[in-house]
Design a protein around this ligand. Structure first.
Ligand code: UDX
Length: 422
């Protein structure tokens, strides 16, 4: 499997060759299908109009052209990826300009599953959203009849195509906004002596607010959140809604601020210099249970620290070094050509103990469960002193770690050395 996703390998092994087939013969696959899902990527544009914000739907357009060319009967074409509002209209226009005079239907059916829990989310979704226009009613009913096999009917929502497309962007923007909201409060907590975990709990018990997605962290990762908010900003700007665009832009700005604040704190606490020091990092993926490193907060922290000439030794159970380096180059523009010492500055370790041996500090960047079971006494003994620990996920027992001898800093957690009244 090219990606790590708990439970996916087992499903593919069970279904492959029975009711799941992989093929590169797109012509035949299109001709045989009644329903075709478009799930190709729509990356953020890197040049031209809307560069850095707008999504490029060229791959969707190419899929539509391929279907238009090869289909011999009318198809239901389903947008499964997250695409800008009114992509369905573009797809429909391309599809329905075909030489056979066929009318295809285009539905929007965005996917809400999260990585690491994708299989469970798919089997038991909070909701299934299907967007279609009035003329697509029959096609909508057919897609509903697929989901109704395992999803209760009242969790299947049908809306207009445009509401469905926009809902997906808004859902991701709201989730990201919650993380940025609590992260902005974490900075205030560190300044005032309040504890962000206590705040999350107190605030989240109000069921109008809810308790989920209020975990302060070093910042949200993955390209999805950033890409969708950028797309939302571009959409607002396109319709002259500058104030709305600025509102959503601040979600991104707080996330950037949070990552920067973390690396600046690491340097400041370590006597304002990390030059030549070995720093250990546990976790690189953007969250636990995935090997995905796109837009991961860890990458920005590593970038800041190697610019200070630190040597960062990273252990992550599922991240491949090649993926790490490719994303580093793609997003930060740092590679072995322009940074000849890169292999000495960014080292990957095969276990946490190797990463931490002789290190001046330990950084926790991903919330992998296995990091709770590491032998921190053993790690403390092997580290340079004072041994700093920066918990970017607030996932460890800070009281126990301080007893071992670590100088611990969490996110939005008051430093007992600064607040004598705690
Ligand atoms: C997200 C949406 O949750 C999903 O519905 C959509 O289909 C795709 O995008 P995903 O990116 O897989 O899913 O991960 P998610 O669990 O949402 O976490 C995103 C980022 O926010 C991670 O970096 C995570 O660590 C961070 N996060 C999440 C926090 O920092 N604090 C929280 O309280 C929750």
């Amino acid at each position: 499997m090219p990606i790590y996703e708990p439970g996916l390998k087992e499903i593919i092994e069970e279904c492959r060759g029975k009711n799941l087939f992989f093929s590169t013969d797109s012509e035949k696959a299109i001709q045989d299908a009644d329903m075709i899902f478009i799930a190709v990527n729509a990356p953020t544009k890197i040049g031209g109009q809307g560069a850095g914000r707008a999504q490029d739907i060229i791959h969707c357009e190419n899929c539509a052209r391929m279907i238009a060319e090869n289909a011999t009967t009318s198809k239901i074409v389903v947008e499964k990826g997250t695409y800008p509002v009114r992509t369905a209209e573009a797809i429909a226009r391309v599809l329905n300009h075909n030489s056979r005079g066929l009318m295809h239907h285009v539905l929007s059916n965005p996917e809400f599953l999260a990585q690491g829990t994708a299989v469970a989310d798919f089997k038991d979704p909070s909701r299934v959203l299907i967007g279609g226009q009035k003329t697509d009613q029959e096609a909508t009913d057919k897609l509903v009849s697929v989901y109704v096999n395992w999803v209760p009917r009242d969790r299947i929502l049908t809306t207009s195509t445009w509401s469905s497309e926009l809902s997906k962007l808004v859902a991701n923007a709201f989730l990201a906004q919650r993380v940025s909201s609590i992260n902005s409060i974490s900075a205030l907590c560190e300044a005032t002596g309040a504890d962000v975990t206590e705040i999350s709990r107190a605030v989240g018990m109000d069921d109008r607010i809810g308790s989920k997605f209020l975990r302060a962290s070093v910042g949200f990762g993955k390209s999805r959140f950033r890409k969708d908010i950028m797309s939302l900003i571009y959409l607002c700007e396109s319709y002259g809604l500058q104030e709305c665009a600025e509102y959503w832009n601040h979600v991104i700005l707080i996330n950037d601020f949070q990552k920067k604040r973390f690396s600046e704190k690491v340097v400041r606490k370590m006597f304002s210099t990390v030059t030549g020091k070995k720093l250990a990092m546990l976790g690189y993926a953007f969250k636990k249970d995935t090997g995905d490193v796109r837009e991961t907060a860890s990458m920005y922290v590593v970038r800041d620290l190697i610019l200070e000439e630190a040597r960062v030794h990273i252990y992550d159970p599922k991240v491949k070094r090649s993926d790490m380096m490719a994303e580093f180059d793609y997003t930060c523009g740092i590679n072995a050509k322009n940074t000849p010492k890169l292999d000495q500055l960014v080292v990957t370790a095969t276990d946490p103990y190797e990463a931490c041996n002789g290190a001046h500090c330990l950084l926790i960047l991903t919330d992998w469960d296995e990091f709770k079971d590491v032998d921190y006494e053993k790690i403390f003994t092997s580290m340079a002193k004072p041994a700093f620990l920066f918990d970017g996920r607030n996932m460890l027992d800070h009281v126990a770690l301080r007893k071992i001898g670590f100088e611990v800093h969490g996110i939005g957690k008051p430093d007992p050395n600064e607040f004598s009244d705690l």
